[in-house]
Design a protein around this ligand. Structure first.
Ligand code: PRT
Ligand code: MG
Length: 216
């Protein structure tokens, strides 16, 4: 039996991953929402959890500091995932990657005129390939959060961000003009661990797979 480390991030990824852990007979010993521990044990002596920033999950798994991890497709698209294997779409933490503008901004006519748009986003790679595929020239402005503010203070004409309920856009007088892609969280695995720790990891993958919601 090999020891397994699973990288998770606090918040919705952790909450939504609990049922999968449960299906695999894994119960965390602490709640990362209230505990300050970065390494959380479980009822299984061979399984521990490490709590990292959402954008750092692929890095821990890629270098083998964690054997498995759960990360949003948005995060994985921005990461250069050498040595990463993506065996399962867990269909959790779902949302959509969208292009959004101010309610008073005429996106269609700007696109029609061939205007060079300023686009603010945390998702530079995803945005670049989306606009390139449309043959649009854009100036990308990298931000680390609160993209919704950028069009309001004329930092950008448009943003590329995740939308789930749409209430953040609405509260800031913005609206979505294009959907880039649906997003959900994926189980990721370190390729070497998958081979070397196969007897422990395989049953986990099977339990996770069986717990994927059918009509999320
Ligand atoms: O918050 P922190 O800076 O620590 O990190 P993070 O934002 O990367 O982590 P977290 O926990 O907020 O998100 C983890 C993952 O959840 C993301 O990588 C996505 O795959 C997924 N996810 C699902 C979302 C959302 N839904 C979502 N709505 N991540 C972020 N949002 C944000 C969005 O950026 C926008 O600001 O929520 C706001 C919009 O929500 P609505 O409901 O108002 O539309
Ligand atoms: Mg967040």
């Amino acid at each position: 039996m090999s020891d397994i480390t699973i990288a998770l991030s606090k918040g919705r990824i952790f909450e939504d991953t609990i049922p999968f852990l449960q299906a695999a007979g894994i119960i965390p010993s602490d709640d990362p929402g209230s505990s300050r521990k970065l390494i959380i044990g479980t009822n299984r002596p061979d399984v521990r959890l490490v709590m990292v920033r959402a954008t750092d999950v692929p890095t821990y798994v890629q270098y083998g500091a964690a054997d498995l991890g759960v990360a949003g497709k948005d995060v994985l698209l921005e990461h250069d995932g050498i040595g990463l294997y993506q065996p399962l779409d867990l269909k959790i933490a779902r949302c959509r990657m969208m292009v959004a503008v101010r309610d008073d901004y005429d996106y269609a006519s700007a696109v029609f005129r061939g205007a060079r748009l300023r686009v603010a986003t945390k998702y530079v790679k995803t945005a670049r390939s989306h606009f390139a595929a449309k043959g649009m020239h854009v100036d990308l402005i990298k931000l680390y959060g609160s993209m919704e503010l950028a069009p309001l203070v004329d930092l950008a004409d448009a943003i590329v961000d995740l939308v789930s309920t749409g209430s953040t856009l609405k509260a800031n007088h913005l609206h979505a003009v294009e959907e880039i892609m649906p997003i959900s969280a994926r189980l990721i695995a370190n390729q070497a661990a998958l081979k070397l720790k196969n007897t422990t990891i395989q049953p986990l993958l099977e339990a996770f797979s069986a717990a994927i919601p059918e009509n999320p």
